[in-house]
Design a protein around this ligand. Sequence first.
Ligand code: COI
Length: 381
Amino acid sequence: MGQPITFHKADQLKAKPDSDHLGFGNFFTDYMFVMDYTADVGWHDARIVPYGPLELDPAAAIFHYGQEVFEGMKAYKAKDGRILLFRPDMNLKRLNHSCERLDIPKVDGDFVIKAIKKLVAVEKDWIPEKPGQSLYIRPFIIGTDAFLGVHPSTTYKLIIILSPVGAYFGDSVKPVSIYVEDEYVRAVRGGVGFAKTSGNYAASLRAQSKAEELGFDQVLWLDGVEHKYVEEVGSMNIFFKVGDEVWTPELNGSILPGVTRDSVIRLLKHWGVPVKERRISVKKLFKKAEKQELKEVFGTGTAAVISPVGFLKWEDRVIKVANGETGPLAKKLYETLTGLQTGEIKDKPGWTQEVKLKGSSKKVSEKASEVTPEPETPVAE
Ligand code: COI
């Protein structure tokens, strides 16, 4: 797919939002990337066009049977002016795994990364620069056949939109509160839990509303069979510091293989912190909390970054974690990860990729401090 990417200029550009009130996913840039798939030609007609509504047949597959996959990644503005992407190859690998599960034709990952870089370069002035801010990148693929039979579509669109964002949970300093959902389930093994597809999030919405009605920020899902083992949170993977170890649910087919999850595991191992990817029963966790052994809980995700958890509710019990504050490990992980993403910390593992702008070849900041996680070995779930 070494095809050209055409550019269609907008008649008018939008006013930029107030960078003090971005929130998450509220604003969208001037342009989007679009590419079409037909069975005879494959992926074709790559183009950057003005951001705007799509025209789709009301019978399109996406509206009826949810044939869709998506990704979430970010572009960061470094202090030295460079624009950086964080492990985009991992996102594209996961997008193609999701495509496989949803029976959607795969994309050429390198080409899509090239398209993302081109789109981000066009929209460079939309990248917010304050701490904790970035340009969120949302690639997604939808089935577009106008046909009501339950069958994979034969035509698709890949679209990439961009949104300047701040912290996902608004006030990033305040730890989130989490409700352990024991009635509804998100996914089961053999289903689509490991894929990034809209249906997983649609299935989560009723429980999310329930958690909010009860005064909690997010839902912690238990396994779909026994309702005993912790899986993931609404918009992030989950980690527990128990004594001197860190536990996170093992990837079992119903959990999203997060890029931030993988980066955190690698950082922890590099720091000599014992990490266990294992089955974690919620009962055991609450027992550990009773014995004061549950030291920290935090979520990880592209949108959520590292989000400390201050409260956990399960059945009629509520536990306060780390005194409701951000623990030292979550803080260190947040600082290291965002430091790597924004070029403040020297990128020894080679996780960032620069978006080159015409006529700019800035060197890595001399001030960048050092961190040395293990060399890259991409996870391929
Ligand atoms: C992300 O972290 O990028 C996600 O896609 C989570 C999203 C549901 C907000």
